[in-house]
Design a binder for this molecule. Structure first.
Ligand code: HEC
Length: 125
């Protein structure tokens, strides 16, 4: 009887801690690196230009400034500085944030995936 009671209490504690665990996860750059595979078809992680401009140092960089990349006027004239918040919005819906830009990417709808991706982009120094 005593033993059953202890096990019962232990299960109760496990269930409670599981139920009250904080559901907001920290940004996970490692996971972001996996998501980046869909971007890597077009983007290098250094200054090398492919279909898209190289993304080295993208966080904090002014939009449309990689030398030798033929940007759209939409990006060049956007006056955006790619901080985390605007990157998140752009990656959710590129055409809404920079209408007329030429990135052929529909957008990443999952906000956790986007946060992880931006955390990974911040590691590209
Ligand atoms: C099919 C090719 C393609 C894919 C996939 C793609 N991009 Fe792009 N990206 C481009 C092109 C082309 C541009 C330049 C757009 C322009 O000049 O209008 C661009 C521009 C950008 C810019 C602005 C860069 C600057 O120097 O101002 C960022 C940031 C960016 N992409 C991030 C991403 C991320 C992150 C992903 C993955 C979720 C991604 N892109 C997926 C082709 C792509």
């Amino acid at each position: 009887m005593e033993r059953v009671g202890k096990i019962g209490a232990l299960i109760a504690v496990l269930v409670l801690t599981g139920a009250t665990a904080n559901p907001s996860y920290a940004q996970d750059a490692e996971h972001g690196k996996v998501i980046f595979k869909t971007c890597a078809a077009c983007h290098a992680t250094d200054h090398g230009n492919r279909v898209g401009p190289g993304l080295e140092g993208i966080v904090g960089r002014k939009a449309g400034t990689v030398p030798g990349f033929d940007y759209s006027d939409a990006i060049k004239n956007s006056a955006i500085v790619w901080e985390a918040k605007i990157l998140d919005a752009y990656l959710e819906s590129p055409q809404e944030v920079v209408p007329g830009n030429r990135m052929p990417y529909a957008g990443l709808k999952d906000s956790t995936d986007r946060a992880d991706l931006v955390a990974y982009l911040a590691t590209l120094k």
